[in-house]
Write a protein that binds this ligand. Structure first.
Ligand code: BG6
Length: 489
């Protein structure tokens, strides 16, 4: 079904995210015939471009970041939607200029007066941009208006609340679409389906049957060119406050009363309300922070974090976090949720491992006289799928048990990219897979004492060589309760 007509105004149109993710996503929506004629894309940024020079930029971005070949026909159709107006976000006159241009566009094609603003720029400009959208009249329109805002949403609870108040002077909560791109991933959305469309999991999904849950999101890349941002954020703010907690919520939430945006978001928020908060002195008992040192990745030597360009020579920024979380409600009381995320780890992978409890008594054993648990593994990235690890008899032996995997995987080629899904949803006005203010605020309230413990050195900074699965302390954290980190593929 075609999306509603609107003018899509992109702030930060010359930025990295726009090139890598947003133009390819918009192009795919166009190519699939989902964008009606009345959708125009207006880029704006500080650099001067003519419309045509900007179209060339977008074309280059598509050539670099779209996997398939781009036909002339598709490109021509797409290029016709694209415009550019130079502007500084601190200058309200520039916003008026944009407003004027949008009005002209609206007269040429029927956009229904609908305007979708996307803030894809350095976060320090978010609030000012929203205020100027209002002051210039650009956000005053007879159709709908929506604001999509990139992460990070604040640096801690206080700054997030301030930003939220500033956005609130120009937009209503239901007009604000806060991006967490993990929510646009096919398999993250599938967690709910796997849980709520399969009766076999429903009676098992609680503390009576589940021993622990592990969520890993590992990356092979280091800090790359992003030190100026990463030095201030670290893995805690970059990955845990948003993506990791989102996956915890999806795994732990109660079934919603119906598949309605607010019903789903209400259940997710309840998970955060039950999430045990650690005070600054408790953090060291449950949270491990690490920083990569030099090491070997795929046979190549790579530098340590402190040697990376733009990183302070005595930086204590964490590039790895592992933590043990507890959700203190009836369903999950006593079940540890282990999360870990880090850069320069051996593989790029995101997986959720649900470990079921052991049998009450073991009758069968493997060669080593043990019996492994049943696991349900939800694979989010790079492979999309899931598998269940079960125990069966090895043929030809006398009751020697071996683990087997019952596996399902789907081709990632067919799954739309996260940004394509999220743009699509924002265009139709579905905010289910965007984060609501109460989610963001509770996530910060959980993270803030941890960040404070890190900055006051109340949790030791461990080191791990590039190419390892984080520091030893991370393995020890899981071992305290007799577990291991299940291998990730
Ligand atoms: C981003 C972080 O939000 O997520 C990056 O800022 C990280 O540091 C990225 O690399 C990981 O996303 P994905 O989709 O590649 O797992």
């Amino acid at each position: 079904r075609q999306l509603p007509p609107h003018v899509f105004v992109l702030f930060g149109a010359t930025g990295d995210l726009a090139h890598r993710k947003l133009y390819p996503a918009l192009f795919q929506l166009h190519r699939k015939g989902l964008l009606p004629d009345g959708v125009s894309i207006l880029g704006t940024a500080r650099t001067e471009f003519t419309h045509d020079a900007f179209r060339d930029e977008v074309h280059k971005a598509l050539q670099s970041f779209v996997k398939e070949d781009i036909s002339d026909n598709d490109w021509k159709g797409f290029a016709q939607r694209i415009y550019y107006i130079q502007g500084n976000v601190d200058n309200v006159e520039d916003f008026k200029k944009i407003n004027q241009f949008v009005r002209e566009l609206e007269q040429k094609r029927d956009h229904g007066g609908n305007r979708l603003f996307y803030l894809s720029m350095a976060p320090r400009f978010f609030a000012e941009t929203a205020l100027n959208l209002k002051a210039s009249g650009l956000s005053d329109t007879k159709g709908w208006r929506r604001l999509i805002i990139e992460k990070p949403f604040g640096h801690d609870y206080e700054s997030a609340a301030e930003l939220n108040d500033q956005l609130g002077t120009a937009f209503e909560e239901d007009e604000i679409y806060r991006i967490d791109h993990y929510l646009g991933k096919e398999m993250v959305q599938n967690i709910e389906v796997i849980r709520f469309a399969n009766s076999m999991f429903q009676p098992l999904w609680d503390n009576r049957s589940i021993q622990s849950i592990q969520i890993t999101s590992s990356e092979t890349v280091g800090v790359e060119e992003r030190a100026s941002y990463y030095e201030k954020s670290g893995a805690l703010r970059d990955m845990v406050q948003n993506h990791m907690l989102q996956m915890v919520m999806m795994t732990a939430m109660e079934p919603p009363s119906r598949l309605h945006t607010e019903a789903i978001r209400d259940e997710k928020v309840k998970v955060l309300r039950s999430l045990r908060r650690y005070d600054v002195d408790e953090v060291k008992n449950h949270v491990i922070r690490g920083q990569y040192t030099a090491g070997q990745m795929n046979g190549k030597s790579v530098p340590g974090y402190l040697e990376e360009p733009g990183v302070a020579e005595n930086s204590t920024t964490e590039t790895f976090v592992a933590a043990r979380l507890f959700i203190d409600n009836f369903r999950w009381a006593g079940v540890p949720f282990y999360i870990r995320t880090g850069k320069r780890m051996p593989v790029k992978s995101t997986e959720i491992v649900v470990q079921f409890r052991d049998m009450p008594k073991h009758l069968y054993f493997n060669q080593n006289g043990q019996l492994g648990p049943n696991l349900l593994v939800i694979r989010i990235n790079p492979v999309e799928g899931m598998y269940m690890q079960m125990n069966v008899k090895r043929p030809g032996t006398e009751n020697v048990v071996v683990p087997i995997a019952m596996e399902f995987s789907q081709s990632t080629d067919k799954s739309p990219e996260a940004y394509e899904r999220l743009l699509h949803d924002a265009m139709i006005g579905d905010s289910t897979f965007f984060t609501r203010w109460d989610e963001v605020s509770l996530a910060w309230k959980f993270v803030d004492p941890i960040a404070q413990a890190f900055s006051e050195d109340k949790a030791p900074l461990h080191h791990y060589a590039s190419g390892e699965w984080g520091p030893q302390a991370s393995a020890d954290l899981v071992r305290e309760q007799g577990g291991i980190w299940w291998p990730v593929y």
